[in-house]
Design a protein around this ligand. Structure first.
Ligand SMILES: Nc1ncnc2c1ncn2[C@@H]1O[C@H](COP(=O)(O)OP(=O)(O)OP(=O)(O)O)[C@@H](O)[C@H]1O
Ligand SMILES: [Mg+2]
Length: 362
């Protein structure tokens, strides 16, 4: 045990009250960090930084390149001028779960027992080895109660936490990525989404996964991480055009020297996007057939892969409802002098999860 480090941790913990807590999102393509302030009911983005990760740094929730991730965390913390680094960390992947459950209800203790009992049926991992948390939504029509259950495997939390600790940081809060994105959605949409019989689809289309969340009248009805994301296009560009990962990313996001996407890439995009749509369709069909809920009225999309040409139009055709980009800056302000237009554009698409994490403690 490194005594000096332990003492530093202890002191930081004791003085935490006054320290800002940043949001930290470790995605496949990059590490993102944000500091958000709240004055009254107004949120404002104070600082933001991101650092690109090398190819395959984290596969699902298995850390493949810990040193590079730790370095990226240090880099963004330094850019933010945050020391000590104290963070709300997002976790995601196959060893996490967010779900709405209907329970019989009763005393707090009885509800807790029911949560554990029910959660056990749904968890794709052993409940003994996981953290389970729940939030009581209220009574349901059946006379019982509705709760939102969030769970993650201990190992997954520990693996992510360790990366932050190796970067001399402290994880104060752990939250599910899906919940962080949903919080931003609620804030942006306001009253519009409170109608009792209208459900919305939220999609966070990242590099590796797409969060698929059905939201209805204040509640996450269903959520799932679908294994499709923009890196499939990047890999296909690498393979077909014989370029490396970063070159392929650059071609995909910036096009050729004139800023146009080469014909080859457009074809790759068309093919891959079809796969995205069919996976999203499968998830929708599964949800509708298992709940008989056909009240979808809109879809809000975020994540870097929402920028893929044709995605929004394709989704609109697929879903037959209004599809919009979830713009966090509809609900979060910033000082225009502090960020460039390009930065704001980046954050608008790729920063929703980290903004949600940064708001968590507020
Ligand atoms: N202009 C663009 N056109 C197409 N794709 C883009 C564009 N900008 C970013 N992307 C893609 O978006 C992805 C990165 O988005 P994001 O930062 O939301 O993912 P991530 O959070 O790192 O990944 P994940 O959440 O899956 O772990 C990359 O695959 C990137 O190539
Ligand atoms: Mg992401």
């Amino acid at each position: 045990m490194d005594i000096a480090k332990e003492i530093k941790k202890l002191i930081t913990n004791l003085t935490l009250g006054s320290k800002p807590i940043v949001g930290l999102d470790i995605g496949l393509s990059s590490v993102k960090m944000a500091l958000v302030e709240k004055k009254g009911n107004e949120y404002s983005l104070v600082k933001y930084a991101s650092a690109i990760l090398p190819e395959g740094a984290i596969i699902e929730d298995e850390v493949q390149k810990p040193d590079e991730i730790v370095e990226a965390i240090r880099q963004v913390a330094e850019e933010l001028g945050i020391s000590p680094l104290v963070a709300t960390l997002g976790v995601s992947g196959p060893n996490t779960l967010a779900r709405k459950l209907q329970l019989a209800g009763g005393t707090d203790e009885e509800i807790e027992d029911q949560v554990l009992w029910e959660a056990e049926q749904y968890l794709p991992f052993d409940i003994e080895d996981s953290k389970v948390d729940f939030h009581l939504i209220g009574e349901n029509e059946g006379g019982g109660v509705d709760v939102i259950v969030a769970a993650a495997k201990n190992d997954t939390i520990l693996n992510f936490k360790e990366l932050v600790e190796q970067a001399d940081g402290i994880v104060k809060i752990v939250d599910l990525g899906i919940l962080a994105v949903t919080n931003v959605f609620e804030l942006v949409m306001g009253d519009e989404i409170e109608e009792p019989d209208q459900s919305y689809l939220i999609l966070d289309m990242g590099a590796q996964t797409t969060y698929f969340i059905i939201y209805k009248a204040g509640v996450i009805m269903f959520s799932k991480e679908i294994n499709v994301g923009g890196v499939i296009i990047t890999e296909e560009i690498q393979r077909q055009m014989g370029v490396n990962y970063f070159e392929a990313e650059d071609l995909k996001t910036h096009g050729d020297e004139n800023g146009n996407l080469p014909e080859e890439i457009l074809e790759i995009i068309d093919d891959v996007v079809e796969t995205f749509f069919s996976e999203i369709k499968k998830a929708i069909d599964f949800y509708v057939s298992s709940t008989s809920d056909e009240s979808l009225v809109g879809c809000a999309v975020t994540g870097g892969s929402a920028l893929i040409p044709g995605v929004l139009e394709g989704l609109e055709a697929l879903l037959g409802v209004d599809v919009r980009v979830l713009n966090p800056f509809d609900a979060v302000s910033y000082k225009s002098g502090d960020f460039s237009e390009e930065e704001i554009n980046q954050i608008a698409y790729r920063g929703v999860q980290v903004l949600g994490l940064a708001m968590r403690r507020l």
